[in-house]
Write a protein that binds this ligand. Structure first.
Ligand code: SAH
Ligand code: SF4
Length: 361
């Protein structure tokens, strides 16, 4: 394990501190734009290669900031177009990200934390417990590493989802800072509709995002009855469904944007008629789309994949009531890269095969 260096990452340094640094070194402010272009338009994160910067300035950048971002130590490719990347941080922690290739788009699923505090009963990451937050630079590192791969395939990363390890809203500042890097025109410039932040339902942060919408909102719902949701997601004890709904209505009013609701289907647990009815009641008044995700199993998780009958009847209950709810089969099951499966503590854990495969459409 390497020891943490004292130098900050350039990408973690707030703009006002960077401006002060530029002033101290008598560097004109247009140079900032040039660095941003090197990083987000030419994908070069090394001052030595930033050829339009004077040598003196490059030296100052090298001396004052850490430029060694986490980099890929292992890569697993699944046949369905998913690639799981394992990066190593300067503190020796594993960071997992997943490239998802579809016809016409390429998505990157990034992790916001090492582990997670929220201990959802169905999630392998939750079983790890919390290790630490990732910084904005460590979030961008996942993007730059993936970009280096997809650009050789003639694919441009078109979507970024904060759906890897961790709860992005528990690491709000870094999440917002990274989302800005992905969306602002002076940086990577993706549409905000193509950057999705998924939360287990942290109500104050949903409201904060409503006030400053740096990306789109997805909420992991998974049950619409407090008792069942609390059993599956302990966070529901702190922010119950009434508070969550109120925050979503606030978000909708402020942004006018569509909300994505994710609903895992777990055998004999949350996908009967009763739960479908409760879901319909919850989404009343919301402009939301529902994604149904058949539970992905993993050694050690106490639940099972739903039956085809459960999936179909849950879905048709919703569609008969004008709620379209596509079933999203996770990619990357084969390499444990699917939703809820990211949890490598060691290199050996990386391809910890799931107990059951999803039934592919
Ligand atoms: N912490 C955030 C984002 C990371 S989890 C959140 O909970 O939303 C990303 C998505 O994977 C969430 O919708 C989560 O509920 C889902 N997920 C977790 N474990 C899963 C599993 N075993 N099978 C299917 N989806 C799972
Ligand atoms: Fe954390 Fe999300 Fe997993 Fe819950 S589902 S434990 S919030 S990563």
């Amino acid at each position: 394990m390497t020891t943490e260096t004292k130098k900050p990452y350039f990408l973690d340094t707030p703009k006002d501190e960077l401006q002060a640094f530029f002033q101290t070194h008598q560097i004109p402010s247009y140079r900032m734009k040039q660095i941003d272009e090197w990083i987000f338009k030419k994908f070069t994160y090394d001052p030595n290669l930033m050829s339009n910067l004077p040598q003196k300035f490059r030296d100052a950048l090298l001396e004052n900031f850490d430029w060694e971002l986490p980099s890929i130590v292992s890569r697993l490719d699944a046949k369905d177009g998913a690639t799981k990347l394992l990066l190593k941080s300067r503190t020796g922690h594993n960071i997992e990200a997943v490239i998802l290739r579809y016809d016409g788009r390429t998505s990157l699923c990034i992790s916001s934390q090492v582990g997670c505090k929220l201990a959802c009963a169905f999630c392998q990451t939750g079983k790890l417990g919390f290790v630490r937050h990732l910084s904005a630079a460590e979030l961008v590192a996942q993007f730059l590493s993936a970009y280096a791969i997809t650009s050789t395939e003639d694919r441009r990363l078109s979507h970024i989802v904060f759906m890897g390890m961790g709860e992005p809203f528990d690491n709000y500042n870094a999440t917002v800072m990274a989302a800005r890097y992905f969306t602002a025109p002076e940086y990577y410039g993706l549409s905000k509709r193509h950057v999705t932040i998924s939360t287990s339902g942290l109500v104050p942060q949903i409201k904060m995002l409503a006030d400053d919408p740096v990306g789109s909102l997805a909420v992991s719902l998974h049950a619409c009855r407090d008792e069942l949701r609390t059993e599956l997601m302990p966070i529901n004890r702190k922010y119950n469904l009434t508070q969550l709904k109120e925050a979503l209505l606030y978000y909708q009013k402020k942004t006018g944007a569509m909300i994505t609701l994710e609903y895992i289907l777990i055998k004999d647990k949350n996908c009967g008629q009763r739960e479908a009815r409760e879901l319909i009641r919850f989404i009343h008044g919301l402009r939301a789309k529902v994604n149904l995700i058949p539970f992905n199993s993993h050694p050690g998780l106490p639940f099972e994949h739903p039956t085809e009958h459960e999936i179909k009847s849950f879905q048709s209950y919703l569609s008969q009531r004008s709620v379209p709810a596509p079933v999203r089969y996770s990619k990357g099951l084969e390499v444990s890269a699917a939703c809820g499966q990211l949890a490598a503590k060691h290199l050996d854990d990386l391809n910890n095969a799931p107990k059951r495969q999803a039934v592919l459409p």
